[in-house]
Design a protein around this ligand. Structure first.
Ligand SMILES: [Fe+2]
Length: 302
C-alpha cells in the first residue's frame, strides 16, 4: 500500500490496495487509525460493484438504509449518488433523483437528520466527468480546524446552540420533490443536534456540526436570525484553508468521517454530463454530544 497526504491538515491518498479483497486484521486497524487521524481516504483504481462495496463498508460497522424505500436505487443499503438510472439511462434534469443530487451541492454531513447520524460514507466513482469540465468535484471542509480557528466571541455564541435537522425539509429547499409517505415521515421526524460537537474519542476536542441541505432553523432564534447565522457559517467554512476539493478519476473510492467533515458536490451541467456513484454508509451508534451534554459535563470537559 502506498500512502501520501493530500493537504497539511487532512486527507490521504492510498494506491496499490484492493478494497474488493478480504481486508486483513492489521490492514483494517491501519485504515481505522488513518480515517480517525486524517478523516478522508481516497483509494485509487478500485474495481467494485454494489455487493463488494457493501462488504468493504461492513468492515467499519453496520450499513445504513436509505429513508425512501426504493425511490432512488435497487438496494436499500447502497445509495445511487447519480444522474444515471440503475439500468444506465441518463436521467432528465427534472427527475427527482437528479434533484436530490442538486441538493447535495449544499454543505452537509450525511444522515444528520437522524438521531444517530452516520459515522462514515464510502463513495465509489463509476462514471466521472472529464477532467477539463467544470464541476462534479466533491469538496470537503474540516470542522475541527474550523472550530479551532473561530474567534472567542463566536465560540461563545455557538456553544449552547442546536440546529434542527429534518429529512422532510429537503422539500422546502427543493419544492418539486414528491411528498414523502406518511410512514417515511414518521420514521424520520425532525431532530436537533448541537452546533458545537464534542468528540470523546478525540480527547473531547470540539468541532462545528451543521448542515445546509435540510432545515435552517436554530433553536432559540427566529427563522431570519437562524438563516443569517447559517449564512455566516457557510461563508466561514468555505474558506480554502479548511477545504480539500476532490477531483474525481474513474474508479476512485473515497471514504470520509461525517463527524468531522462537511462536504458538497460542485454543481455541473447535469443534462450534459453523466456522473454515477454508489455509496455505502456506516450507521452511527451514538448521539451527537455538545458542550452541555451530560456525558461531557460529567467528565469536566466543558
Ligand atoms: Fe452527502
Amino acid at each position: 500500500m502506498d500512502y501520501k497526504n493530500l493537504t497539511d491538515n487532512f486527507g490521504v491518498e492510498v494506491k496499490n490496495f484492493d478494497c474488493s479483497k478480504k481486508i486483513e486484521h492489521d490492514e483494517l486497524n491501519f485504515l481505522k487509525k488513518t480515517i480517525q487521524d486524517k478523516h478522508f481516504i481516497c483509494f485509487k483504481n478500485q474495481k467494485l460493484d454494489g455487493d463488494t462495496l457493501a462488504t468493504f463498508t461492513k468492515n467499519f460497522g453496520k450499513l445504513e438504509a436509505y429513508p425512501e424505500k426504493d425511490k432512488t436505487k435497487g438496494k436499500i443499503e447502497i445509495f445511487n449518488v447519480s444522474n444515471v438510472s440503475e439500468d444506465g439511462v441518463h436521467l432528465d434534469s427534472n427527475d427527482q433523483r437528479v434533484i436530490l443530487q442538486k441538493n447535495n451541492s449544499r454543505w452537509h454531513t450525511d444522515s444528520s437528520y437522524r438521531y444517530l447520524p452516520s459515522v462514515f460514507s464510502i463513495l465509489y466513482g463509476q462514471e466521472t466527468l472529464p477532467p477539463e469540465v467544470e464541476g462534479g468535484q466533491t469538496q470537503f471542509s474540516n470542522m475541527l480546524a474550523a472550530y479551532d480557528d473561530l474567534p472567542e466571541d463566536k465560540k461563545n455564541l455557538l456553544q449552547p446552540l442546536h440546529q434542527v435537522h429534518s429529512y422532510n425539509d429537503i422539500r422546502r429547499l427543493e419544492p418539486s420533490l414528491p411528498e414523502l409517505t406518511y410512514e417515511e415521515k414518521c420514521n424520520f421526524p425532525p431532530v436537533t443536534h448541537p452546533i458545537v460537537r464534542v468528540h470523546p474519542d478525540r480527547n473531547f476536542r470540539k468541532s462545528l456540526y451543521f448542515t445546509s441541505n435540510t432545515s435552517l432553523e436554530i433553536g432559540g432564534m427566529s427563522l431570519e436570525q437562524g438563516k443569517d447565522l447559517h449564512k455566516w457559517l457557510i461563508d466561514y467554512i468555505s474558506q480554502p484553508k479548511f477545504c480539500y476539493t476532490h477531483n474525481w478519476q474513474k474508479n476512485d473510492l473515497i471514504m470520509w468521517d461525517n463527524r468531522v467533515l462537511l462536504h458538497r458536490v460542485i454543481p455541473y451541467d447535469y443534462a450534459k454530463y453523466r456522473r454515477a456513484m454508489i455509496r455505502g454508509t456506516v450507521e452511527g451508534e451514538v448521539p451527537v454530544l455538545g458542550p452541555f451534554s451530560n456525558e461531557v459535563r460529567l467528565n469536566n470537559k466543558t
